[in-house]
Design a protein. Structure first.
Length: 300
């Protein structure tokens, strides 16, 4: 069977009745175009083009072959064009996995705006702290906080988070302010994902690093409720900086041990492959990196 690329070159030459103009349209050297047509003739055992010094004409067999090949070839090119255009238009079902900490109104508002900007996209949202197998579950993209396990997934950083120690004036009234991380053991702490209302907090101060065991009256799975309980005076919380900055500025929360914070926690969007990235996923990744999330600081 003749090579499809050689047939496409012959059809283009027949259309232009010129090797040089066909070569220009195809972005090939004239010698390559001529060689491909000659190779096609040799393979078919017929003369397709009558060459003279002044003009190029199809032979009778060349005309028949052109008529048989051109229409299917044009349909093939049209199909490829339609597919390419479809890929460029963000559309289709986008499956997204996010941790429970993101399952709050700010993220839902982000998804709402995203859907309004891309009305041809539908979103299927998985809000879970389970590390779902994206390939097995056929999920397009997942959001992961912290260090990533080795895997074949592609990871793209979308932001970073630093957490501050905060408490309300009401909680601190009559209590001694902590002067070192170890003093937090004597305080009630509001925990994120604490087991049996206990947790380990990792804090850094320049080159210093410490991990300490803390406990408290309430543990939750999202920062909105942690923030609410801190505001209501139930203890010390370790909160994302951009989640509590405004409350600190208004005096509703007070930052404790300001020289100490959590290490930088990077946020990644992970997805199965970088080849032929669907336009719906490209659009989501662009929107995610531009989003002013209350949970992380965008990367510059």
């Amino acid at each position: 069977m003749a090579d499809l690329n050689d047939i496409a070159v012959f059809v283009k030459v027949a259309q232009f009745e010129s090797f040089s103009r066909a070569a220009h349209a195809l972005g090939m050297p004239v010698s390559t175009v001529s060689r491909k047509v000659s190779g096609l003739e040799n393979q078919l055992g017929v003369t397709l083009l009558q060459r003279t010094t002044r003009k190029l004409r199809l032979t009778a067999q060349g005309r028949d072959y052109y008529n048989q090949c051109s229409e299917p070839l044009f349909h093939l090119f049209d199909a490829e064009k339609v597919l390419t255009q479809t890929q460029k238009k963000p559309e289709g079902l986008l499956k997204i996995s996010v941790p429970v900490v993101m399952g709050q109104e700010p993220f839902y508002e982000f998804i709402s705006v995203f859907l309004k900007n891309y009305p041809r996209i539908q979103v299927d949202l998985f809000v879970t702290n389970l590390f779902l197998d994206l390939i097995e579950e056929n999920i397009d993209v997942g959001i992961r906080f912290g260090e990533l396990k080795d895997s074949t997934l592609i990871a793209q950083r979308v932001g970073k988070s630093v957490r501050y120690l905060v408490a309300s004036p009401a909680y601190l009234k009559g209590r001694a302010l902590p002067s070192a991380p170890e003093d937090l053991k004597n305080h009630q702490c509001i925990l994120l994902n604490g087991r049996n209302n206990e947790a380990e907090w990792h804090l850094v101060n320049g080159g210093k690093s410490t991990k300490l065991h803390v406990s408290g009256p309430v543990s939750s799975r999202d920062f909105q409720s942690v923030s609410s309980f801190a505001y209501k005076g139930h203890g010390v919380a370790l909160m994302p900086s951009n989640y509590c900055d405004e409350q600190i500025e208004r005096g509703e929360l007070i930052r404790l041990l300001p020289e100490w914070s959590s290490p930088e926690i990077f946020v990644h969007a992970v997805y199965p492959t970088r080849r032929f990235l669907p336009s719906k996923l490209q659009a989501f990744l662009q929107a995610l990196k531009a989003w002013k999330s209350p949970l992380w600081i965008p990367l510059r």
